[in-house]
Design a protein around this ligand. Structure first.
Ligand SMILES: Cc1cc2nc3c(=O)[nH]c(=O)nc-3n(C[C@H](O)[C@H](O)[C@H](O)COP(=O)(O)O)c2cc1C
Length: 394
């Protein structure tokens, strides 16, 4: 090697982006557990269809949803269909550090969780100030959370005005700083990122590599750009490409059998069977489900069922299907929990979104919904539901 080659070699070594091994924490055990779950069926018991692969299943998690996945709804989800990991709604990192006592009460309500029941649970934060993010992560870790997720995809104007959420995609350097700050603040729990594929257009290659340089434990790709909001169908080809980008960027880690960042896909998944199919097609390590849980806290109960395929090769795992009576009883239980845990802190209007989702697709649903929209507390909801049930034979 001559002097010029030597110089070029050192220059390359200095500028090459080297993948740092991420700290997966609880995600590592969960990933191993899910990967080694056996598929059942195939062969003659399964309509003659041979299982194509026997590779376990993806990790299936609940998406963070503001004013939806609060502690009351998570209580119900946890009871009737536990996902592999629960997620809070998003919370402002700046707020956690700087809020006045009233504001703090509201933020801490958003972070309320049942320490005996709700594990593993991840708190989602948004923010663009590394100092506050570090402080906020300390606070969240002390509350007993199993992990922290950083929101880098929310298109809400009030969040973007703070240069947080989807705005992070316009400032990749700051995004990396935020991830490192979160790791400093909560060094003992895994830090993950939830984002989109680009701001106005597909920027996945550069953007994802940038995030991977900070080695988060998981990157969840909501398979749309910020501009697309949720107006176009999610394109899971993006998730497939994200897996390829991760495989290429972290190949040294993967070859050496070291921990590497997990890639989760998100967008338009309607059931656990759909999640298995989309993960198989894209190679995603996990799937995050959001709107599919509306009015359907039984959704993740399918995770506890045998993983079988039907004759067409599709996954045939079904969730528990409650009767209408059971469904309405759970809606009342949900409302009572909301009142007990969040009454006086969150507006009762939050529950009305849930009523719309629980109450549809049966005779009299429209009238029942209209009555529920007039209610103001759990007692009134119970009365309306009992009145409805007394008039029907379900
Ligand atoms: C009402 C609502 C609130 C949401 N709040 C958040 C949030 O706090 N943080 C976040 O990262 N994404 C949030 N999202 C986006 C979802 O987590 C998810 O990315 C999106 O709904 C696509 O997934 P899905 O098709 O499974 O619903 C929200 C979505 C909805 C519908």
């Amino acid at each position: 090697m001559n002097l010029l080659d030597l110089f070029k070699y050192f220059l390359k070594a200095k500028t090459a982006k080297v993948a740092i091994e991420p700290q997966l924490g609880f995600w590592s055990d969960l990933d191993n557990k899910c990967r080694t779950i056996k598929h059942e069926g195939g062969g003659s018991e399964n309509g003659g269809h041979e299982a194509k692969k026997n590779i376990g299943r993806p990790i299936c998690v609940l998406a963070p949803m503001a004013d939806v996945t609060d502690c009351a709804f998570r209580y119900v989800i946890n009871k009737y269909g536990k996902p592999d990991v629960l997620w809070t709604e998003f919370v402002s990192a700046d707020g956690l550090v700087r809020a006045n006592p009233d504001g703090m009460k509201k933020l801490l309500a958003d972070l309320k969780f049942d320490k005996n029941l709700e594990h593993p649970i991840v708190a989602q934060l948004f923010g663009s100030n590394p100092k506050y993010m570090e402080e906020a992560c300390k606070i969240v870790a002390d509350l007993g959370y199993d992990g922290i997720d950083l929101n880098m995809g929310c298109p809400d104007k009030s969040i973007e005005r703070q240069k947080a959420g989807a705005s992070m995609m316009k400032n990749p350097k700051l995004a990396k700083e935020i991830i490192f700050a979160a790791k400093r603040g909560a060094p003992n729990i895994p830090i993950t990122v939830k984002t989109r594929v680009g701001y106005n257009k597909d920027e996945l290659d550069l953007w994802l590599r940038n995030i991977l340089e900070a080695s988060p434990a998981v990157v969840t790709i909501h398979a749309r750009t910020r501009k697309e909001m949720s107006k176009v169908p999610a394109d899971w080809n993006y998730v497939k490409r994200a897996v390829e980008i991760r495989n290429e960027f972290q190949k040294d880690l993967i070859v050496a059998d070291k921990q590497h960042t997990l890639i989760f896909g998100n967008g338009d998944v309607t059931s656990v069977a759909d999640a298995y199919k989309k993960a198989e097609e894209s190679g995603a390590d996990g799937v995050m489900i959001g709107r599919g849980i509306f009015g359907n806290p039984w959704l993740f109960s399918a995770l506890q069922k045998p993983i079988i395929r039907n004759a067409d090769g599709d996954f045939d795992v079904v969730q528990n299907e409650p009767t209408l009576r059971e469904k309405l009883k759970v809606m009342v239980e949900h409302t009572q929990r909301f009142q007990d845990e969040l009454g006086g802190i969150k507006n009762f209007a939050v529950m009305k979104k849930h009523f719309k989702a629980y109450v549809n697709g049966f005779d009299g649903a429209k009238e029942l919904r209209a009555e529920l929209m007039e209610t103001n507390n759990a007692e009134e909801v119970r009365e309306v539901v009992l009145g409805f049930l007394s008039k029907t034979s379900v």
